[in-house]
Design a protein around this ligand. Structure first.
Ligand code: ZN
Length: 310
């Protein structure tokens, strides 16, 4: 029982890692996510890859404490996934099915929640047990850790912070079908939308005009003191900072760990979030720390390995 596997299932690839029980990654690899036939090959492919690795490393099933797996959909505390639309999956118990294929015990969680666990264990949130992880990518993902444990909720939808309602006057729909969700303004695509709307509002000069706008180009323009970019980032920070203040009123975290592609902007990102967090948060959570995530795309496999060691 000296090793475990951490698996992070994405829409195009499955990331996998072999870990010792202290959390050192001994090997890391990827396989393709086969989504045909409603994703029914995904778990057998993962099991085959794990079994091959066990043979390659001259291990036996007795050496393996278990397999942890993060999947892109709601997963409850018993390992039941409630539809992972990306993979074509319906409702079934991931832990039981992968365990049948591998012969070892399996723990499953939602990918964003599992990544939060990884950041707490070996990333930007090390040393803390009450943590909110925020992933600013194409969407806004989140994971909430309370006293060292993932908050999954009744149907695995806990920590879906990207879908907190923050704007009543939105006409476009979010991917979830609602209007005015946090991720419509604070994701990479949300920032681009805010920038395009701001540029259309008047003729203010900006380096962003007539260019292909990305979250990166907006933050680059901010650092060059572009007025329009500064207003866009203020708006982004206002939505996100107030949203995190609302979360803090419920979970009172020690630390917020901010990751995802947008976080490549660096510490200046945290300044604009804190600017709108601090004045609106309940005083008991005013001193919460803010840090950048450090594990990048590996947060999922670390967190999945940690699931096994709980
Ligand atoms: Zn939404």
């Amino acid at each position: 029982m000296n090793y475990c596997f951490g698996v992070d299932v994405g829409g195009t690839t499955v990331k996998m890692g072999l870990f010792d029980l202290e959390g050192n990654v001994l090997d890391k690899w990827e396989i393709v996510t086969r989504k045909e036939d409603d994703g029914k090959w995904i778990l057998p492919d993962i099991a085959e890859s794990i079994n091959k690795k066990i043979v390659e490393k001259k291990l036996t099933a007795e050496d393996i404490k278990g397999v942890g797996i993060g999947v892109p959909g709601p997963v409850d505390s018993r390992g039941v996934v409630y539809k992972a639309a990306n993979l074509g999956w319906g409702v079934f118990n991931v832990e039981e099915e992968l365990s049948q294929h591998t012969g070892v015990s399996v723990k499953a969680g939602n990918d964003a929640n599992v990544a939060a666990l990884g950041e707490m264990w070996k990333g930007g949130g090390q040393g803390h047990r009450d943590l909110v992880a925020v992933t600013l990518g194409t969407g806004v993902g989140g994971g909430i850790i309370v006293d060292g444990r993932m908050l999954t909720g009744a149907t695995g939808a806990g920590g879906e912070i990207g879908h907190i309602h923050v704007e009543d006057n939105e006409t476009e729909s979010c991917g979830c079908g609602n209007k005015g969700c946090l991720e419509q303004y604070s994701s990479a695509t949300g920032i681009v939308k805010l920038a395009n709307r701001r540029l259309l509002a008047d003729k203010e000069e900006s380096v962003l005009r007539n260019t292909e706008i990305s979250a990166k180009s907006v933050f680059d323009a901010l650092k060059a003191n572009d007025k329009v970019a500064t207003e866009v980032v203020e708006e982004f920070g206002c939505y996100l900072g107030k949203g995190l203040a609302a979360i803090a009123a419920v979970v009172n975290p020690e630390i917020f760990v901010i990751g995802g592609g947008v976080s490549n902007a660096g510490p200046i990102l945290l300044d604009y979030i804190k600017k709108y967090y601090t004045p609106y948060v309940f005083h008991g959570s005013r001193d919460a720390l803010f840090a950048l995530a450090t594990l990048g795309n590996d947060a999922g496999i670390y967190g999945a390995a940690k699931l096994v060691l709980e």
